[in-house]
Each structure stands twice: as C-alpha cells, then as structure tokens.
Design a protein around this ligand. Structure first.
Ligand code: TYM
Length: 327
C-alpha cells in the first residue's frame, strides 16, 4: 500500500444495487487488473448515492452488497484500499473547497446532470454539485489515473479543470489526474434499448445483466436482446447498435476485437447464444466467490480500507487547508 514508485489509481462506484455487466466490463474489471501495476484505491461512494432520494437503511445494505461484489470480482483489500466514502469526512470538506473554484456554468453543462434532472421529480442541489464531490474524491488521494467507463469522461475533464484552477490560485497543491477509459467495453448498451447505456434503473430490468443473475436469466435476456431486421452480422455501432453491443460483449469476454468476432457469425441466434455463454462463464466464478463472503468479514475489510484511506486523505487535506489559509 502507498508504494510511491507506482502510479496511484482511484475510482468509485455508487451503491445502488448489485453491480451490472456495464460497471464490470467498463470499469471494475480494470480495477482488478490494475492492481498489478498501480497503487489502487477504490471507493463505494455512498454520499453520491444520496444526491437522489433514498429510503432510510437502503444505502447501508447497498454499500455492503457493493463491497461484496468488488471483493468477489477480485479487488483484494490487502493489496488495494477498498473503503466507504462517508467514513472519511475529508471528502465533504474538500468538495466545498473545490465548489469554490468551480463555475456554475461548468456544472450546468454536465450531461449527466441534465439527464438525471429530467428523470427525477426532486432535483437536489447535491445532484448539481455532484461532480465537485467526485473531483474531491479523486484529488484527495493524489491520484494519477482514474479507470472509468466512457460516461464519466466529462466528469473527469471537469476534475482536471478544477484541479488546474485550484493550483493556479493556490500553488501546486493538487495532482492533476488522467482518466483511463478502455478501448473496448467502455460503453455497454442496454439489451432492450441499445441506444441507451446499460444502467441500474428499475425500468431496465430486461436490458441489464446483473452480476447476480442466474445462467437461465442471462440466457433469456440475451435471447430477447433487441437487434435489427437486416440480418447481417457486422460491427457498426451507429447503424446497428444492438448487434454491435452483442459483438462487444462477446469480444470483451473473450479478449478479442468486435470486428474479428463478427467474421465468425452469419446469424444473430448463434451470436446471442455464444455471448450468453461467454458472459455466464465470466460471471459464475464471481458468484461462487461472492457466496462465500459473510457480512462480518466484509465489514472488517472495509474498516481496514478506511484506516489506509484516512492516512492519505488527512495528509492531502492538511495541504489544502494550508494553501487556502485555513490552518
Ligand atoms: P457509477 O456508479 O454509475 O458506475 C461505476 C463505473 O461503471 C461505469 N459504467 C459503465 N461502463 C460501461 N458501460 C456502462 N453501461 C456503464 N455504466 C456504468 C462508470 O463509467 C463508472 O466507471 N460518478 C460515478 C462514481 C464516482 C467516481 C468518483 C468515479 C464518484 N466519485 C471518482 C471515479 C472517480 C458514478 O456514478 O459511477
């Protein structure tokens, strides 16, 4: 932990139900492989999840489930730092300082805010300032690289702008991070509505593969996946979003390029069946590991992560307080 010779990687996931295939292929899977080359810090961002209304008790359970998912996919709490955002108070404190150097207009341009504010009845101020808290999460750990899916690109660009602005006002205080977005799998689409990204929303049940789905459920969801009528297997995300998504899923699961995978198929049926099979063999070992995790062990692992995270966070926050003259 805290190996100064390795780049620091940081990323986060909201505790809103179990992880889906989009989270896994677009981001979390890379967190696992990056454990070999980086000093990884991975955070369950419960404060972010509170930016839309939640039932009392929902977040605590969802946080535990997310932690189990992450450990089951291979995040090793000994090698990496795995912790819960709200346990480290410095996230909220630093978010305030970053909001003070973030322009209203910058936040207003965030497409995720526009999307989420249209689909929620109650639009909180926190939903609007959400990207400043995300920037705080990242720079609080002197982060070099942030492995995320494509939908976080704009938030990461804003994080860089905020960090640069802070530094130009207060001196070289913050490390300016870079995103790491994978070449394949960065945008997994909904199986029923392949022009939308796969997501956790309740109305997307048949379009979303959860890491907890059974083999039968996965087979059924893939079989029903929306394609098109021209009957040609070709990787062309713009004109053939459904088929291209299936090719991407199979390609990412087998480590090939989607164009290469496309050459092997002439019909949609076998492509769907093979994609389902590849996903099942990816997910089954994860489910087996998950079944062995008990709540007490996972809580202890999160506590260990919290202690490791606090060491870094308090040091960086002290530096920020000095810089803004509040020490
Ligand atoms: P969240 O919880 O929505 O998603 C977690 C990660 O999964 C990726 N992802 C996808 N990748 C490919 N295809 C998809 N359909 C798909 N859906 C989700 C996301 O890009 C993300 O990497 N704001 C963040 C959480 C956050 C964070 C951070 C991330 C808070 N602080 C600091 C990085 C660094 C979010 O809501 O992710």
């Amino acid at each position: 932990m805290n190996d100064p010779l390795r780049p620091r990687a940081f990323s986060g996931i909201q505790p809103t139900g179990t992880i889906h295939l989009g989270n896994y292929l677009g981001a979390c899977r890379n967190w696992v492989t990056m454990q070999d080359t980086t000093d990884g810090i991975y955070c369950i961002v419960d404060l972010h999840a509170l930016s839309v209304p939640r039932e009392p008790g929902e977040i605590r359970q969802a946080t535990l489930e997310a932690a189990k998912d992450l450990i089951a996919i291979g995040i090793d709490p000994e090698r990496s730092t795995l912790f819960v955002q709200s346990r480290i108070r410095e996230h909220s404190e630093l978010a305030w300082h970053l909001q003070c150097v973030t322009a209203f207009g910058e936040l207003r341009r965030m497409t995720q805010f526009k999307d989420k504010s249209e689909s929620n009845d109650f639009v909180s101020a926190a939903l609007f300032t959400y990207p400043a808290l995300q920037a705080a999460d990242i720079v609080l750990y002197d982060t070099d690289v942030v492995p995320v899916g494509d939908d976080q690109r704009q938030h990461l660009e804003l994080t860089r702008d905020i960090a640069n602005r802070f530094n130009s006002r207060f001196g070289e205080v913050l490390v300016v991070p870079e995103h790491r977005i994978p070449a394949a799998g960065a945008r997994i689409m909904d199986l029923q509505n392949p022009t939308n990204k796969m997501s956790k929303s309740a109305d997307a049940v048949n379009g979303t593969v959860m890491l907890t789905d059974t083999a039968a459920e996965i087979t059924k969801k893939l079989k029903r996946a929306v394609t098109d009528n021209d009957g040609e297997v070709r990787f062309d995300p713009e004109n053939k979003p459904g088929v291209s998504n299936l090719l991407t899923l199979l390609a990412v699961a087998t480590g090939e390029a989607p164009e290469t995978v496309a050459e092997r198929y002439e019909q949609y049926g076998p492509l769907k069946a093979d994609a389902a099979e590849a996903i099942i063999s990816l997910i089954e070992p994860i489910q087996a590991r998950r079944a062995e995790l008990d709540d007490g062990t996972v809580d202890a692992m999160l506590k260990m992560g919290e202690d490791k995270a606090r060491e870094v966070a308090t040091t960086v926050m002290d530096r920020v307080r000095q810089a803004v003259d509040l020490h």
